[in-house]
Design a protein around this ligand. Sequence first.
Ligand code: BEZ
Length: 255
Amino acid sequence: MTRHSVVPGQSWTPEGYARNAGFVAALGEPVVTLLAPRPGERILDVGCGDGVLTAKLAAIGADVVGIDASPELVKAAQDRGLDARLLDAHSMAFEQEFDAVFSNAALHWMADPARVVANVFRGLRPGGRFVGEFGGKGNVRLITEALLAALARRGVDDRRAFPWYFPDAEDFSGLLRRSGFTIERMELFERPTPLPTAIEGWLATFGGPFLGRIAEAERPGLVTEVVGDLAPRLRDADGVWRADYVRLRFAAIRP
Ligand code: BEZ
């Protein structure tokens, strides 16, 4: 298995993910609705994580396979009784096996999205659908800018720290069409997202690619700085933090 899509500095623990990012699956419910899974359908969940949404597809009666590049999260999904496999979406080689491919909050981690989309296309049967949601253009812009500014103040070159793919609707539509898909729906929208464990929890779970660029002893100071920078913009009067999420939601068909 190639591991090139695993972002440097990013690691997961199922407990930390559930505590700091449980909202990811909860807010993914509309994507399940858009997918409209039917009992007996064979469905692939790309980037299944700890399997919370994969389990919902299975509960509807679909025959679901989940894949993820994180061994810890795949183990957590397997512990739910799911068919979850440690597999990088860049190297999957399914051939016309699925009625649908589903993906929530995973495609922005892909280093080579064109390759992943081509693999999804190949894995679908003719008439099969590809339905998903991930970070779109402008996603976590304020958070990212605060992190990059704090790194720059420490003399760290910011360009290599940005780990995600956040396309706009036009770019991602073009990429899907070039693989052969017909677009049924493509929507970019802001979704300010309440953070159950404040910005500190978000940074602990997702800040690794940035924090990993400096020595461990310096990280608490950087986090304090970033929190101070973001509080006026992302924390409301009641102390609730909302991340500046932007989602790209889509549905496409393999003709
Ligand atoms: C997202 O779901 O948009 C996201 C999560 C973690 C890091 C970056 C983006």
